[in-house]
Design a protein. Structure first.
Length: 223
C-alpha cells in the first residue's frame, strides 16, 4: 500500500479521523483515501450528525470530516476538542458559504479531493493552520465588496501589528512562524493571535481568516 506523507507534521503524529456522510458510497470513498494516508491511524464512519456527536463524546477524535451540506446550524458537543474539516462544492459556493459551520477549522473543495489534497488539508487542520480553498477565498473576497448585514457592517479595528499578523495567519503560518516573521516572542505571537480571534469573533484561525475576508480586512493580493 502506498502511503502519502509530509514533513509539515511530526513524524510520530497519528490521527483518528471520522467521516460524517449519509451516503455509504461517500463514506467508503473517503475511507479508502484515508487508509492510504500515513498520518491517519484510525478512520471511523458516521451516518449522521447524531452518530458523530455520540462518537466524539465517547471517543477521542482528532478530526471530523463533514462530507455534505446541511450542518451549518449544528453544534459540537460541550467539551469536544475535535477539529472539523468541511467538504464544500466549489461550483455552488453560495450554498457552501450559507451552510458553513461557524466552528469549522478548515474547508476542502470536493474538486480538490485527491489523496494529496486530502492529506494536505488534514495535516494543516491537525497543526492548527488555516485551510481555505482558493476558490472559496476568491468568492469571499468578491463578496467583501458587497454591503454587509448590520452587525457585520463594521469591520474590527486592528492595530498595524495585528494586521501584519492577520496577513501571516491567512498564509497559514503557525504562532512560532509568526513570531519569527515579526521578530517577537512566541508568547507575544500567541497573544497577538488570541487578540485577533477575539476582535473577529472567531473560534479558530480558519474562521478568523474567513471573517477577515468577508469584512474586507484582507486584500486579494494577500491570499
Amino acid at each position: 500500500m502506498t502511503q502519502i506523507g509530509s514533513r509539515e507534521v511530526p513524524v510520530d503524529l497519528r490521527l483518528t479521523v471520522a467521516v460524517c456522510a449519509s451516503s455509504e458510497l461517500v463514506r467508503r470513498g473517503l475511507g479508502s483515501i484515508l487508509d492510504d494516508l500515513a498520518i491517519v491511524e484510525n478512520d471511523i464512519h458516521c451516518e449522521s450528525w447524531e452518530q458523530a456527536c455520540q462518537l466524539m463524546s465517547a471517543t477521542p477524535v482528532d478530526i471530523l470530516i463533514i462530507a455534505e451540506a446541511g450542518y451549518g446550524s449544528c453544534q459540537l458537543p460541550d467539551g469536544v476538542q475535535t477539529k472539523v474539516l468541511v467538504l464544500v462544492d466549489a461550483t455552488d459556493l453560495r450554498t457552501a458559504l450559507k451552510d458553513a459551520p461557524p466552528w469549522a477549522h478548515g474547508f476542502l473543495a470536493r474538486q480538490d479531493l485527491t489523496p494529496t489534497g486530502l492529506d494536505e488539508a488534514v495535516r494543516r487542520v491537525a497543526v492548527g493552520k488555516s485551510q481555505i480553498p482558493a476558490r472559496l477565498a476568491s468568492e469571499l473576497i468578491r463578496r467583501a465588496a458587497a454591503p454587509l448585514p448590520s452587525r457585520a457592517a463594521r469591520p474590527a479595528k486592528l492595530t498595524s501589528r495585528e494586521s501584519e499578523a492577520l496577513a501571516l495567519l491567512a498564509d497559514g503560518l503557525s504562532n512560532k512562524q509568526i513570531a519569527r516573521r515579526l521578530s517577537i516572542s512566541d508568547h507575544g505571537a500567541k497573544r497577538l493571535v488570541a487578540s485577533l480571534l477575539l476582535k473577529l469573533g472567531s473560534p479558530n484561525r480558519t474562521m478568523a481568516v474567513v471573517t477577515a475576508i468577508k469584512s474586507g480586512l484582507i486584500e486579494p493580493s494577500l491570499m
